[in-house]
Ligand binder design. Sequence first.
Ligand code: ADP
Ligand code: ASP
Ligand code: MG
Length: 446
Amino acid sequence: MKFGGTSVGSAERIEGVARLVRERLPRRPIVVVSAFARVTDTLIQAARLAEARDGGHARLTAELRERHESVVRALVQEPQARQRLLDYVSALTNELATLCTAVQQLGELTPRSLDAVSALGERLSFQIVAQALAERGVPADAVDAREILVTDEGFGRATPDFDATGTRARERLLPLVEKGCVPLLPGFVGATPAGVTTTLGRGGSDWSASILGSVLAVEEIQIWTDVDGMMTVDPRLVASARVIPEVSFAEAAELAYFGAKVLHPATIRPAVERGIPVVVLNTLNPGAPGTRITETAAAREGEPRAIATKKGITVVMISQPRMLFAYGFLARVFEVFNRHKTPVDLIATSEVSVSLTIDNAERLEAIRRDLAELGEVQALERMAIVSVVGRGFTKRSGLAGRLFGALAEVNIVMISFGASDVNVSFVVAEQDADVAVRALHRSFFE
Ligand code: ADP
Ligand code: ASP
Ligand code: MG
């Protein structure tokens, strides 16, 4: 059972979590929690202020301390436990202050330091939630994920070592479960074999849950969040969004990858490999059936299932008239992106040019410089990918007509259709994305 930020956003919400876990004790749950709502954002903001030599991080640190202390006071009555947790909050917020001071003095924020800072949110929340649950009839046992989840040194977006993690998870967690305890771990964080703190990237608590669930071969991975499941579109964007009761692994993976924030894109893979169903459920409406993500989800071929959107995309175009009939050109183009460790999402080619999209434009200048040796380069920033996800798209006629019809009012920069049977993606300017999403939703779902 993984509970996201809003599910542990306040003392009241944490009481709700305690009820949900208590009701499911016979199924022998393992719990993963995120940082309290918005805490990770605040931590990152504090680190960035320190890097910019802006003393404002001290105020943010004080606010974080205050907020966690007040949750402890509201939820933990047992005097010794309360004092232990208040001391813990004090120690971790002092750690934050020390890190920020160091960053401010250096004027430099390395990915490793940023991970040390952003991991503090989950490190704070899991101990508090564990004690709150313990006082509410859940035999919770806090286990620091950094002792279980082994990762490489890819700070900010670390990759888990499944074998090492599996060994540790079985050794540490299964005996607790056998004893009738509920292991409760922080999501998002891990550590290198040398014990240095890492994180799995924003939204990574979902992934933590699925990594642990898959190495322990659990019955089910439950992602508890603040909406009724995976929906036909982000409900914050379109009020008439509908819950999708059942979706296949492939569709869910595409939706997550192309921007449906409800699930971290890497969550599905470990579950697929083990055939473990993932269920998305609503903490605020626990009776709702949610969305079941399974291997075999029934689907109508050629019917769109949902729409996702991802902003902050850059389109890179390389033109080379001499590419005509040449081979090896695409290989050289991709070599450049490879060298700069920048993944490419969509690609379209013509006889004389290649367009592709990247999500991470950190190395854009260097990439442009290297690509300039291959042809004329142009970059379009502030673009968005709008993706329609479903199944059997290439087996059904008339779909393209409906898609283009819906988007008649929008300027389309690039299209990717048929690369997979489950996704059609359009690139539009960022300011046109919401209009495009609403138009597509109206056409297919309303
Ligand atoms: P948590 O803190 O529980 O991990 P997130 O904020 O990461 O929650 O994800 C839940 C949010 O994802 C929802 O509140 C919703 O606005 C957003 N979202 C985006 N696309 C979708 C979608 N297709 N279905 C459901 N929610 C979506
Ligand atoms: N707290 C982390 C974040 O906000 C991880 C998560 O919530 O999944 O990105
Ligand atoms: Mg999330």
